[in-house]
Design a binder for this molecule. Sequence first.
Ligand code: ZN
Length: 313
Amino acid sequence: MNARANLLGLHHITAIAADPKVNRDFYTRVLGLRFVKKSVNQDDPGTYHLYYGDNVGSPGTALTFFPWMGLRRGRPGTGQAYATGFSVPASSLTYWQKRLSELKITAEPVESRFGDRVLPFADPDGMRLELVATAESDPRTPAPSADVPAEHGIRGFHSGTLALTSGTATAALLTDVMGCRLHQREGHRARYTTATGGPGTYVDLLADPSLPRGLTGAGTVHHIAFRVADDADHVAAHDLLVAHGFHVSNVIDRAYFKSIYYREPAGVLFEIATDQPGFAIDEPVESLGAKLSLPPRLEPHRAEIEAALPSLE
Ligand code: ZN
């Protein structure tokens, strides 16, 4: 067994929203992501699970939501995956500033971070998003979009930022068990990367004492998932976490990937997910997201589930 988990970067990030239609309109029309899967929360099939990403929802591009209509807002803060960063070309910052302004979306002042410029803003539920205009090479192809030209399109995740009161124990987990390495430090922020490095592999630990304690609700992240290439690396990661004393779930088959879950020392829910089989397993790539996808055990209840879900149109 490897002494460290063999992670390939971020796999997906799952967050909590209120109105599902508002959520879908924002991520597809404003940000130009593709709606790649319409499913239900497997633990609460009366609510949606909505997935956005590149053309096929590739690992490293998939942002997913549990929307609960009318849910009160949470508060992004410590103990949470605090901000979700998307990779865009360095030359696209002006395009996005203008686009957000025209769409009446308030952005915060541009930040400089590890040499990149970062445009922070929020989604309709107050979820903290960042466009990281990076000069680093990112060969990923944006989702096809009628609203955002390909040259400016989001290429996938850049980084996930965890807000913590102290980063020490989390850093030890990342480096000693999960095979990450310290990339750079700046102010209260320490950037880690899985072994391969580059946009889509960064986890930032932000130990900023001025941040409030996070409260779960609409606009906050539920969990952050890391990638492994295959089942063998998945099982190895599971066993390694167990050997280090973490309470890890058994391997759960989520249809589009297999998952294990555990809480890191500061309270953020982590997941490790397999790259395979992906979102095209139950509908063709051309029509991803068109129909309601249900796991086999829920298929017999399709009619009543569909009747109870709000319309997205
Ligand atoms: Zn997940």
